[in-house]
Design a protein around this ligand. Structure first.
Ligand code: M6R
Length: 607
């Protein structure tokens, strides 16, 4: 959470930082601030609320500065007001810092510093960093930063500037992402590539315990003792346009509409000559045959993808699979018989709960494979093998295109395993790949449902609650539909396996309750129909997702959404699309902030 941008060079400092912060505001958006160094003097502006409150300040200012640091916040310690916003300064204003992460021992450090006469202004954990750097400053900022970090416990990506060493920016990373962008006569730092991709595509990814010192013309990376390290620079393929709205009103809508393209590109990357391949899985046939159980762990939407993975892996590869929510996984008593592999699923590759599980699993000598979208993210780097989900940058806080990309990659992974274990025959593989080649067109057809969903959204936007039901492979879709709706519209919504309704939740149903029923053709279709009848008998308002040509629901509801016919295994990749559109349009009806819903952040880097 929280976004950091820093720049040293001849361009207009506030503009570079503000544009970068705007692009990072999916990481946190409750307050923001900037410090610049002009004539060896630090000036700081901070505002609570959305970034435009800060941008407005600079409309009438002409700031002539040599370098600057900026921050957009997702509050952990202290309410989101101006005082708690970053940058934080030490009392005599000689040091200014921005921080992403949590300092766990801040209370004891603060007490020690207060005893030494330091006066604190904010309620944050981060302010202690500025005071510590000031405390350790002798003659070089990097030495002071490295010394200060030795006292810190917790996670941080932090950037510091000092009036006493005014021509450099120093940053250090431990657990929270930080990247360096190398320009021609300037240099950049940011929490993620999107923030600076319009300036440079030459990127250095900092590892934990690495410190970087930027001047206008140099980038030096050291370890915590100050020894210089040789770091590789990587050229990034994403284009600046990938991080723009491209004519759509919201990133979420753009990302929903990008899904056919994303699916086409994944198919072309992983299927060659009717064979599935994964370049970065690092798993030979012998090790593959030894895996006797998968343990999947993920959060939020990625967890829903994990629930569907269980269904596909057990069906195609016949390997028992458990699925955990990452924040629970670490605290259970995991039993091992030595043949397990852990799978992490994460769009950002930085989700702290998921990362912590990967570290835990590796410490217990489990093999770890991950499905990750962001290359070079922590989860990418720390896993034994990865499958990149290849959805391109996803900016909307509500995950859409990456969920679909996760599903397709997981589906291919299940078939790949099944084929290697011979639980999937040549002809079955060929048939399934043939069906997959139609998938982008089927998704295009689902997108044509947009107008119908707009109308349904209008009709139900004033509902206080929603229930989503599904069975089998579409039960996780019900959970995903409910999560999408609640996170961007703030309507209370919940997903259930349809057969579970009668064990309690059915008591909630009355004439005011919309129930979204996922009922495409499947093995559990008849059972689903009975569950829908039970809801109908209690006056629930039915919104039904069914397969094209199915007229069984005509006298049950006016709101029937037809998705194209396909095998039941592909239905989750189609049925989720109307749910994405439904939640999008309800959010618009209610005037909510679709891309930046309250209290949330795209990348959750705290546990
Ligand atoms: O980056 P990750 O996939 O690890 O993120 C996991 C969740 O935080 C994420 O899916 C979250 O639930 C989204 N807001 C859902 O739309």
């Amino acid at each position: 959470m929280c976004g950091i941008v820093a720049y040293i060079g001849p361009k207009d400092i506030p503009s570079v930082i503000l544009v970068g912060l705007e692009r990072l505001s999916y990481r946190g958006y409750d307050s923001s601030g900037i410090s610049v160094m002009s004539n060896n003097d630090i000036t700081t502006w901070k505002k609570s609320g959305k970034l435009f409150n800060l941008s407005n300040v600079f409309k009438t200012l002409n700031v002539n500065a040599q370098l600057g640091i900026g921050h957009t916040r997702w509050a952990t310690h202290g309410v989101p007001n101006e005082i708690n916003a970053h940058p934080h300064l030490c009392p005599n204003k000689k040091v200014s810092i921005v921080h992403n992460g949590i300092i766990e021992n801040y209370a004891s450090l603060k007490k020690d510093l207060q005893n030494k006469g330091h006066i604190f202004r904010s309620e944050t954990d981060s302010e202690v960093i500025a005071h510590l750097i000031d405390h350790y400053f002798v003659d070089s900022l990097e030495d002071a930063v490295r010394r200060a970090c030795k006292d810190l416990e917790g996670s941080y990506g932090l950037v510091a500037i000092s009036e006493q060493d005014p021509n450099k920016i120093v940053a250090i990373r431990n657990g929270s992402p930080l990247i360096v962008g190398l320009g021609k006569q300037d240099n950049y730092l940011a929490s993620d590539i999107n923030a600076i991709i319009n300036h440079t595509k030459d990127i250095m990814f900092l590892e934990d315990d690495e410190c970087v010192i930027l001047t206008e013309n140099t980038v030096t990376v050291t370890d915590l003792s100050g020894n210089t390290l040789n770091k590789e620079t990587q050229h990034i393929a994403w284009s600046p346009e990938d991080a723009e709205k491209g004519g759509y009103e919201h990133f979420m809508l753009k990302e929903i509409y990008e899904q056919p393209t994303v699916i086409r590109s994944i198919l072309s990357k992983h299927i060659n000559d009717n064979k599935i391949n994964f370049k970065h899985l690092n798993l030979d046939k012998r090790s593959l045959s030894k895996i006797g159980r998968f343990i999947i762990q993920a959060c939020g939407t990625s967890w829903h993808a994990g629930l569907i993975a269980k269904y596909w892996i057990e069906k195609f590869a016949r390997i028992p699979t458990e699925v955990d929510i990452s924040s629970e996984f670490r605290y259970r008593h995991l039993l091992s018989s030595g043949n397990e592999a852990v799978i992490g699923i994460s769009q950002s590759g930085e989700t702290a709960d998921t990362l912590a599980c990967i570290r835990e699993a590796k410490s217990k000598f489990f093999k770890v494979f991950s499905f990750v979208n962001v290359k070079n993210s922590s989860i990418d780097r720390e896993s034994d093998g990865v499958i990149y989900t290849h959805s391109g940058p996803e900016i909307g806080v509500a995950s859409t295109k990456n969920y679909l990309a996760q599903l397709l990659n997981i589906y291919l992974f299940s078939l790949y395993f099944g084929f290697s274990k011979k639980t999937v025959s040549d002809s079955e593989l060929a048939g399934r790949l043939d069906e997959l080649s139609q998938l982008p067109d089927l998704i295009e057809k689902c997108l044509q449902l947009n107008d119908q969903l707009k109308v349904i959204a209008k009709k139900y936007a004033s509902s206080r609650d929603f229930i989503f039901i599904g069975r089998g492979v579409n039960y996780p879709t019900a959970l995903e539909g409910a999560l999408k709706l609640k996170e961007i519209s703030y309507i209370h919504s919940t997903g259930y396996p349809a057969g579970e309704l009668k064990h309690g939740p059915i008591a909630l149903i009355d004439a005011n309750m919309p129930i979204v029923c996922l009922c495409p053709q499947s093995d559990t279709y008849d059972k689903m129909i009975s569950n829908i009848q039970e809801v109908k008998a209690r006056d629930g308002k039915l919104i039904i997702i069914a397969s094209e040509g199915d007229d069984s629901f005509n006298d049950m509801s006016e709101d029937i959404i037809y998705i194209p016919k396909c095998s039941q295994d592909l239905t989750p990749m189609l049925s989720v699309i109307p749910l994405q559109l439904l939640s999008y349009h309800i959010s618009i009806e209610l005037g909510c902030n679709v891309d930046q819903p309250r209290n949330l952040a795209k990348s959750v880097t705290v546990e």
